[in-house]
Design a protein around this ligand. Structure first.
Ligand code: KIV
Length: 308
């Protein structure tokens, strides 16, 4: 390493705890593949969540419950390869943590096979024992309370803000505390009224990472395709910072027109060889060349067998 050059190392949950203690807000983004993980890592995003939202935004499923362990490991490994500093969290898919034993087994695969540093599981009080088992096994855990997409059928099917009533607000507070006490290093709070999310944040030592939960959380997470303007549907709580759908569509249309009009590829995208070597390879003389030179889009001029 040259003098003064800092070696990049991957952030740990201890770094996240220190950043939180220092009052830093924690921006977190979902990431699903190698090239975007590289960009987000270079942009300095400290935590990359390989969310099971990939089922909908990347694979075209109608919900996250269809996502498998194999798919999650495949995408998590790509995000780990694309990043060198960000803490990568693998989202445990539906039914991969039904018992603490199964959770440890599957979470271990995220760390061992895909190279993630932590896993995320949904649920509050009901998941506390599982969080405890994972942490005891040495696996850092991010919790997830409020709207938990894997329970969408149990929660009535429709995406809705959680904790608006007296009892549900109390239950959410209990969920948050249970997950912290079980040993999680952070907790996603999704679709919760901002005042309640702020109270939860103030009562916890660990950082809350909000999505649709107001500005009072310790950090924020967004689904990358929402941020980039690349989805078919953008929820109200998300803000698009780019219009990649428009950019990609325009690039594809311009390229296709260039191909059809013969403007692509041009000299800059093509390779030429020495003409004399080509004459030799084809067994032709420079005089033959004029009659065998191919015209754009035509195969005319290909030498006959006798020429080879
Ligand atoms: O799967 C996901 O992307 C998530 C975030 C929305 C927190 O769970």
């Amino acid at each position: 390493m040259s003098a003064g050059a800092e070696s990049i190392r991957r952030l740990t949950v201890a770094d996240i705890a220190r950043m939180h203690a220092d009052g830093e807000r924690l921006p977190t983004l979902t990431a699903y593949d190698y090239p975007t993980a590289r960009i987000l890592d270079e942009a300095g995003i400290p935590m990359l969540l390989v969310g099971d939202s990939l089922g909908q935004v990347l694979l075209g499923y109608d919900s996250t419950v269809r996502v498998t362990m194999t798919e999650m490991l495949h995408h998590t490994a790509a995000v780990v390869r694309g990043s060198s500093r960000a803490l990568v969290i693998g989202d445990m898919p539906f039914l991969s943590y039904s018992t603490p034993g199964e959770a440890v087994e599957n979470a271990g695969r995220f760390l061992r096979e895909a190279g993630a540093t932590a896993v995320k599981i949904e649920g509050g009080v009901r998941s506390a024992r599982t969080v405890e088992a994972l942490v005891r096994a040495g696996i850092p855990v991010m919790g997830h309370i409020g709207w938990t997409p894997q329970s969408q059928h149990g929660l009535g099917g429709k995406v809705r803000v959680q904790g608006k009533g007296r009892d549900t607000a109390r239950a959410l507070l209990a969920d948050a505390v249970a997950i912290q006490e079980a040993g999680a290093f952070s907790i996603v709070v999704e679709l919760v009224p901002e005042q309640l999310a702020a109270v939860i944040t103030s009562r916890l030592r660990i950082p809350t990472i909000g999505i649709g939960a107001g500005a009072g959380c310790s950090g924020q997470v967004q689904v990358l395709t929402d941020l980039l303007g690349l989805g078919t549907f953008r929820p109200r709580h998300a803000r698009a910072y780019a219009d990649l759908q428009g950019t990609i569509g325009a690039a594809a249309r311009t390229w296709a027109a260039d191909v059809m009009e013969g403007r692509f590829p041009g000299p800059a995208e093509s390779v030429r060889m020495d003409e004399a070597t080509l004459d030799e390879a084809l067994g032709r003389t420079p005089d033959d060349r004029a009659t065998t030179e191919p015209r754009a889009g035509h195969m005319a001029g290909i030498p006959l067998d006798r020429d080879l």
